[in-house]
Ligand binder design. Structure first.
Ligand code: GDP
Ligand code: MN
Length: 430
């Protein structure tokens, strides 16, 4: 009996949410990355958190207007700054290449740079072609850079632990470094009971080629980073670049930090840093109705219950030759009102050419869903094709409600058939 129990004890890896257990090499990595619920913050906010933990960051101040920016630059210059760097604050990286980071030698140049960057539509490889409007600046003193290095703390799902990553190739996209020369990145797996041990910090420092006098400060730097990461329930921390200066100091010159949404309840101070102006308006709207919605670039809108099924739905659309317009989990107990709001959100995406409703009725009864869909389709006068795949509790009643509605729904017998139907419908409508 005892050994039997041991064999049937749940594997802890199976207890994490669905979206976390899907292998990284799926066909929809971008969506998979985004569906893990992380809250982003700005660089200036991340630096403020890090500074509290003793991580050295350049002196600087956030500015929401041009006069504020000029005032911040004037104050820094009056207090020993040898130059000013003006940095666009948006929730995306690659700002430097996109023209969102400018170094100025004096107040006049700083003002010109701030004038140019504030309000600009900044396009980087992470913003998409439309770019993101710059509403805030970080005004910082310049650092005299000797070397630009890379530091990151990420969760390694295969190992089930946090991993410190370091590379001498700082200032570049780490994905690029990983693809070209994976050996240029060193990793230290962190034992959660111990944290980043001093010997691990020294290993990282040596791998980065730091000078002997820089090693101890670097170890302290790494340990402060790790402490900030763990205590704030961060999900990612990236310092790119982590710099050494000509006078042998170390600084976090950039800081990217995201947080685990599921832990925000115990960090009201982090939750308060949310900037909805940086988020997709449709995603903000969806979150008001407790709909788990993530906008994507395709033409087939998805309405699904359950995160795992939503992932499978996006994959099968892709297999059928189509492209999903969104991830949407309406949850187990979707109300008619939620379904209506879900429709509104799906339909406000102008790329959408067809809607795929894929429901497995468990807690959510299929007949109730069908009633909600018919009501919403009538109320919103939906004209684009809707394909459904329905299974589960009260599925016959649900199908009947759709048939008798007189509206133009197509129902697929299987997930694959429904996916083929919706891809064909989207192509016909394009
Ligand atoms: P990102 O492009 O969004 O990652 O923004 P970063 O904060 O990483 O800045 C981009 C680049 O600007 C850095 O890699 C540096 O080369 C440069 N930069 C940022 N701050 C300074 C500074 O104080 N002095 C100098 N010389 N360059 C800087
Ligand atoms: Mn950077």
């Amino acid at each position: 009996m005892k050994s039997r129990q041991a064999h049937t004890a749940p594997d802890p890896r199976n207890l994490v949410p669905h979206s976390e257990t899907i292998p990284d090499r799926g066909i929809f990595p971008a969506a998979r990355e985004r569906i893990s619920a992380f809250m982003k913050i700005h660089e200036y906010q991340a630096k403020a958190i890090l500074a509290k933990y003793g991580v050295p960051v350049p002196r600087g101040e956030v500015a929401n207007t041009l006069p504020e920016a000029v005032e911040a630059a004037r104050t820094l210059l009056a207090n020993g700054a040898t130059g000013i760097v003006v940095k666009a604050q948006i929730h995306a990286g690659g700002r430097g290449k996109g023209g969102g980071v400018k170094v100025a030698r004096n107040l006049t140049d700083a003002e010109t740079a701030a004038k140019n960057i504030l309000g600009m539509q900044l396009v980087t490889h992470q913003t998409g072609p439309a770019g993101q409007k710059v509403q805030r600046l970080l005004i910082e003193e310049t650092a005299t850079i000797d070397r630009e290095l890379y530091l990151g703390i990420v969760l390694d799902r295969a190992v089930g632990k946090y991993v410190f990553m370091a590379s001498q190739a700082g200032g570049m996209e780490i994905e690029e470094v990983a693809a070209k020369d994976p050996n240029a990145i060193v990793r230290e797996v962190i034992d959660p009971a111990i944290g980043l041990a001093a010997y691990q910090g020294r290993k990282l420092a040596f791998a980065l080629g730091l000078k002997p006098t820089q090693v101890n400060p670097a170890v302290a730097f790494f340990q402060s980073l790790y402490k900030a990461f763990v205590e704030s329930d961060a999900s990612l921390l990236e310092i790119n670049p982590f710099i050494t200066t000509k006078d042998d100091k170390l600084f976090a010159l950039d800081a990217k930090m995201t947080f685990d949404d599921n832990a925000l309840f115990r960090h009201p101070e982090v939750k308060a840093l949310r900037d909805v102006a940086e988020e997709d308006p449709l995603e903000v709207e969806a979150s008001k109705y407790s709909l788990n919605y993530i906008k994507l670039d395709g033409s087939i809108a998805c309405m699904v219950n359950g995160a795992g099924l939503a992932m499978a739905t996006m994959d099968i659309i892709q297999y059928a030759g189509g492209s999903p317009a969104n991830f949407l989990d309406v949850g187990g107990g979707a109300t008619q009102e939620q379904i209506e709001h879900a429709f509104e959100i799906l339909l406000s995406d102008k790329n959408v050419k067809a809607i795929f409703i894929n429901i497995f009725g468990g807690i959510l009864r299929v007949d109730r869903l069908a009633t909600g869909v018919v009501a919403a389709a009538r109320k919103l006068s939906v004209t684009i094709p809707i394909v459904l795949r329905l299974e589960g509790t009260n599925v016959e009643e649900g199908r009947k409600i759709l048939q008798e509605s007189g509206l133009n729904f197509q129902v697929g017998a299987t997930m694959k058939e429904a996916a083929d139907l919706v891809v064909a419908a989207a192509k016909a409508g394009a």
